[in-house]
Write a protein that binds this ligand. Structure first.
Ligand code: SF4
Length: 334
């Protein structure tokens, strides 16, 4: 295996070699961030931009693949991990991991096979094998939506799933995503977290804006049947289960309703209790440090909350996707 150059590490900064490279450079990331020097500030800004890029719905953008300064990219990756770790929002590490995996996969498409094999090995994936165990396959493929990844559509022999080189290209991206996500959030020392707070707030604002751009004005006419059914039950004064209350609150919060507006929906119930409802809404909306999103359709089905699915539901896996799709086709997006 050839020696990895800084340019390689900038393409695949999750590799242990990138950490070693930083350590051997004699400039610690902590001291760079703390120093507030021009260099430290520009790296933090680069890292902030990297996290902001990870928020886009389509995430990785091929126009951002030019590596002007490999060292800066390696440091920016490390600082980006710290920024998302300071944010108390599990969606941020998820988004960064997905972005970084997509970015690496883009570089891997034109990579030296020797380097590809090394990277696969570093995340414990044997891409030379003709197959993999069902367990490993399911762990990797369970997030993939295309039917070709469903186990029933695969060739399985003696507990082994056959995989082609094309399959491995996609499975490697997922394995990289999992490896990056597994290391997050990091434990960020207090003074560093303080220093990064302003940048974490910039990212939070960008995320809020992103949500508003995605969902546009709130339009009850595009709520999916499950959400409309929960609202109808609330309005009727039915004692709805916690899962329904949680789903409705998380749905309304994610599409941009503020806490007062959400409480107002629950106020339609005849037995409305303002202090209990406000407490629950604030908790689900993130007062405890974690913002929640509603469960997907599969989970809602197991809760018995998927009711009266309509024609849009056929191709929907999540109530939020239903909502976005409905707004798009009805031309109601702001
Ligand atoms: S399919 Fe999904 S969006 Fe449609 S009603 Fe069921 S849970 Fe809601």
């Amino acid at each position: 295996m050839r020696r990895l150059e800084p340019r390689d590490l900038a393409k695949y900064p999750f590799l242990p070699g990138a950490k070693t490279y930083v350590r051997n450079s004699g400039i610690s990331i902590d001291s760079l961030i703390r120093s507030e020097s021009g260099k430290g500030e520009s790296l933090v800004q680069l890292a902030t931009k990297r996290v902001e890029e990870s928020l886009r719905p389509s995430a990785f953008d091929e126009t951002n693949t030019e590596i002007l300064n490999p060292d800066d990219d390696i440091y920016a990756y490390a600082i980006a991990r710290m920024i998302v770790s300071c944010m108390d929002d599990t969606q941020m590490p998820d988004k960064l991991a997905r972005y970084e995996a997509d970015r690496s996969a883009w570089f891997l498409k034109a990579e030296d096979p020797e380097v590809v094999a090394y990277i696969a090995e570093s995340v414990n994936l044997d891409i030379a094998a003709p197959d993999m165990s069902v367990k490993q396959y399911v762990d990797l493929a369970n997030r993939m939506r295309d039917d070709r990844w469903r186990l029933v559509n695969r060739d399985v022999n003696n507990g082994q799933v056959q995989c082609t080189p094309d399959d491995y290209a996609v499975l490697l991206r997922e394995k990289i995503r999992q490896a990056i996500r597994l290391q997050l959030p990091l434990s960020v020392p207090g003074p560093i977290a303080m220093r990064l707070r302003t940048h974490a707030e910039i990212v939070s604002r960008a995320w809020q804006q992103q949500i508003l751009e995605q969902y546009g004005d709130v339009d009850e006419g595009c709520f999916p049947p499950c959400i409309r059914a929960i609202i109808a039950a609330v309005t009727d004064g039915t004692n709805i289960p916690h899962t329904a209350r949680f789903t409705l609150t998380a749905f309304m919060h994610t599409i941009g309703l503020d806490e007062t507006a959400i409480v107002e929906v629950f106020a339609r119930a005849p037995d409305f209790d303002i202090s209990r409802t406000t407490y629950q809404v604030e908790h689900i909306s993130g007062s405890g440090g974690t913002e929640y999103t509603p469960p997907g359709c599969a989970t809602l089905k197991t809760y018995g909350l998927c009711v009266n699915p309509d024609k849009y539901c056929k191709n929907t896996m999540h109530p939020l996707s239903y909502y976005k799709y409905c707004k798009k086709i009805s031309g109601k997006k702001a």
